[in-house]
Design a protein around this ligand. Structure first.
Ligand code: NAI
Ligand code: MG
Length: 356
């Protein structure tokens, strides 16, 4: 039996509330299954920690995290700490230091989940977004000159290296090829005349190595429209850091809302731990009320099982979530229900147990 060491960073707001449900489910599944065990170590980093210590995490935080098999993160950010600090000093730092250059965001409309477009179903909304996660528009390159003066100038530079662009596109081709799906690249070569022309060129180059994968290439604005008007055309999708960030929130809305959207930050070489998180934020408006939807955090737990090689369990978790949604009586208010965070978590656990 293998023991997996998981670093838990519950973070701020609803982060701890939803992560707690994921941990309970993982523990229950490990006991039922017997092939694995989890050892959870909690790190109380985040905005509260920042207000006490002036930092989002311990100075040697990255060093402390290195020995774990995975990181399970709630959400970071809270009123009182500027968002660019909480984001850069914790989340983006971990993504960059651990070279988690692949961000996997499944956008699948589970049966029973609400969809804002007419006729939406699991048949038509079933995409896998692969977002570049280490550079691009979020490389943090730029300058702020003559701050506060009339001649003030700010520069925010996109960084697209050949290595960085090739590896994400190759990862997407590998995924599409393995799953027998089409691959769509989303870029903006008409307006971004350096970075995205380069992106399109690399997509074509790498594509030559995968003649079995049917490809499409869309401009990001058209892609946003097609995601609503004809979502069926997207299967595996590869795109840049910024475009992926925006389009996956659109995707989250298509697939039932932020309470259902998960994301994995992967270091494919497994040299460093990968990080699993719901994609929503700390939701200060509902924090502390026990009404946050834990399903996104639970979906990210299922991605963790996939990553550890237990895809059978990952699938089973999704089935249990789907049954909970279809049954419809134990849901949080964002999905029109009256149940609490822990009631939904417990329901998924019970359905999982019944189904095996
Ligand atoms: P948010 O995702 O926290 O909330 C947006 C809306 O969705 C709110 O009305 C909230 O109540 C609702 N919502 C989100 N998750 C939900 C859940 N699980 N169940 C039910 N309702 C849910 O985004 P917002 O308000 O823009 O940001 C709040 C804070 O979170 C900010 O400080 C921001 O920087 C941070 N943030 C952190 C992220 C992360 O850690 N990965 C991602 C996005 C935002
Ligand atoms: Mg986002």
């Amino acid at each position: 039996m293998k023991t997996f060491k998981i670093a838990v960073i519950p973070g701020d707001g609803i982060g701890p509330e939803v992560i707690n449900e994921g941990i309970k489910l993982m523990t229950r599944i490990a006991e039922l299954d017997g092939r694995m065990k989890f050892q959870f170590t909690h790190f109380s980093w985040g905005c509260e920690y920042y207000l006490k210590h002036g930092r989002m995490m311990d100075e040697d935080g990255i060093e402390q995290l290195k020995s774990f098999d995975a990181i399970y993160l709630g959400a970071v950010g809270y009123p009182g700490v500027p968002d660019h600090i909480s984001l850069w000093d914790l989340l983006l730092r971990i993504r960059k230091e651990f070279d988690q250059y692949v961000n996997i965001r499944p956008i699948t409309l589970l049966n029973g989940a609400p969809c804002p477009i007419v006729g939406g179903s699991k048949d038509t909304i079933d995409m896998l977004f692969i977002r570049e996660n280490s550079e691009g528009e979020y490389a943090g390159a730029g300058d702020w000159l003559f701050k506060g003066k009339p001649q003030e100038v700010v520069l925010q530079t996109g960084v697209f290296s050949r290595v960085g662009t090739e590896r994400i596109i190759r990862y997407a081709f590998e995924t599409a090829s393995r799953e027998g799906k089409t691959l769509t690249s989303i870029s903006k070569g008409n307006a971004l005349n350096y970075s995205m022309v380069f992106w399109d060129q690399v997509f074509e180059e790498v594509g030559k190595e995968y003649p079995n994968v049917q490809t499409y290439s869309y401009l990001v604005d058209a892609a946003a429209m097609f995601m609503i008007k004809d979502p069926k055309r997207f299967e595996v999708v590869v795109t840049s850091n910024l475009f992926g960030d925006i389009l996956t929130d659109l995707g989250a809305a298509l697939a039932g809302g932020l309470g259902l959207a998960a994301g994995a930050n992967i270091n494919p070489e497994r040299k460093y731990p990968s990080m699993f998180e719901p994609i929503h934020g700390s939701a200060p408006d509902i924090a502390g009320k026990g009404m946050a939807n834990p399903l996104a955090a639970i979906w990210s737990a299922s991605q963790m099982f996939d990553f550890f090689g237990f895809e059978d369990i990952g699938k089973q978790i999704l089935h249990s979530m789907e049954k909970t949604l279809e049954e419809g009586s134990i849901l949080t208010p964002d999905l029109g229900g009256y149940a609490s965070t822990s009631e939904v978590g417990a329901s998924v656990g019970e359905i999982y147990t019944e189904m095996i």
